[in-house]
Design a protein around this ligand. Structure first.
Ligand code: GCU
Length: 423
């Protein structure tokens, strides 16, 4: 490592809170639970035992002690096609705006934006990902409705230029966050794209339980029980309601719908994939703590740190493991295994130490035996690949140069892999 890179890494490390474990040599010894041993000690040697016995056990652990249980959708849930333009984006795509009413009333709702490429010979595969600032923020298409709900004040992040005023999206917020779901690139590669604002489902703030989907299930001032859903589970659940609509739309292929998300939205994408096996593939990028990264490593963001900074994200039961990772009855490789045997792409960035890139790789590796048991090739490597050496097996992994986020190189990899694995 040259001097310049060493200095850069030191700068990156110094930017994290004091006391953060950022040195591989200091990772404490830990024992990884075997995903293929049932709670009663029975080894899982056949796919049927995974499906009938072990997967339900693992699912329940992650449900009751990590994300929290979510309810069945309400009777009365319905879809309203609010606009269709078959010549959107200069004729390249069909644009639909669909409102998903989550009860028989007007609220809560999710406004889904869908683009379908026009020049395709069969109904395409669809990438689904939430956005932070409203559907208008991912495209310059003036026909997209402005999001009408609460969004984070970007000025607080030094991004006063993103068109958010008093926590509301203005016209200036159009196309200010295009990378999160790169509509044009995905369409050009023959994919459909669906998105909705995560804040439409549940605004990312501690008083969230009085807002969004929670209002259909909780009284004002009530909070979920310790094993019930937090915000990440609500986002995942909302993605599944988007899927409820998508599988009814004849313009896309219902068997090839991919759950994508970066960071906190990557954690939600994982849980969406686990909740609902209709997702054809899962693409969690830099999902870190509570996502792909093994909690027992305590590298970068820890369980205690995430539960303290974002107390509304996971279920309350998860807080019992603050500083007590070895007591967890699961680790994140088991969350990953809940997607098996469906293709999944776990991606990291080299300088995103907060997300623990090695822990994310080891999470993927830990899920590999389940993928293999279910008859796929699993993860094609057993050593962490070099930077920009993507591994596009069904259980895929890459490490990108640079810091936290998602960029064009990531998306090129995701699409190359999906071309091959999702068809
Ligand atoms: C914070 C948080 C992470 C999360 C990230 C993001 O850094 O600690 O857990 O993944 O935000 O969503 O960008």
């Amino acid at each position: 490592m040259d001097e310049e890179r060493r200095a850069e890494l030191e700068r990156i490390k110094a930017s994290y809170p004091a006391g953060t474990l950022l040195d591989e040599a200091q990772v404490p010894p830990y024992t990884l639970l075997d995903p293929l041993i049932c709670a009663d000690g029975t080894p899982v040697t056949e796919a049927a035992t995974w499906w009938d016995k072990r997967r339900p056990e693992v699912f329940r652990l992650c449900e009751e002690q990590l994300f929290g249980r979510s309810p069945e959708p309400r009777a009365g849930m319905r879809f309203e096609l609010r606009s269709v333009d078959r010549q959107a984006l200069e004729g390249r795509a069909t644009r639909k705006e669909v409102r998903i009413y989550l009860t028989d009333g007007d609220l809560p709702k999710i406004d889904l934006l869908l683009y379908i490429p026009n020049d395709v010979s069969r109904p395409p595969a669809t990438w689904v990902g939430l956005n932070y600032l409203g559907n208008q923020s991912i495209t310059d298409d003036p026909g997209v409705s402005l999001f009408d709900g609460w969004v984070p004040d970007m000025g607080r992040f030094g991004r006063g230029d993103m068109g958010i005023v008093d926590n509301r999206a203005t016209e200036r917020s159009r196309n200010t966050w295009p990378g999160s779901m790169p509509v044009e690139q995905l369409l050009a590669r023959g994919y459909a794209v669906a998105s909705a604002c995560c804040g439409d489902i549940a605004p990312d703030r501690p008083d969230v339980f009085d807002h969004g989907v929670f209002t259909a299930y909780l009284k004002q001032g009530e909070t979920p029980a310790p094993d019930e859903w937090g915000v990440l589970a609500a986002w995942a659940w909302g993605m599944c309601r988007m899927l409820d609509y998508l599988v009814t739309d004849p313009d896309i292929d219902p068997a090839r719908v991919i759950a994508h998300g970066t960071s906190r939205l990557g954690k939600a994408a994982f849980w969406a994939g686990a909740l609902d096996t209709r997702w054809g593939a899962i693409s969690p990028n830099e999902s870190g703590c509570g996502g792909a990264a093994l909690s027992r490593r305590r590298f970068g963001e820890t369980v205690a740190r995430i539960n303290t900074t974002f107390p509304h994200w996971f279920c309350e039961a998860f807080h019992a493991y603050n500083g007590n990772e070895d007591a967890l009855p699961f680790d994140q490789h088991m969350l990953i295994a809940l997607s098996a045997p469906r293709p999944i792409y776990i991606a990291s960035a080299e300088d995103d130490l907060w997300s623990d890139p090695r822990g994310e790789f080891l999470g993927a590796l830990g899920a590999d035996p389940v993928y293999r048991l279910l008859g796929t090739e699993g993860l094609a490597v057993s050593e962490m690949p070099a930077v920009h050496g993507p591994v596009h097996s069904p259980l895929a992994y890459h490490l990108r140069a640079g810091g936290h986020g998602v960029n064009d190189w990531d998306w090129e990899q995701f699409m190359d892999w999906a071309d091959e694995r999702v068809g």
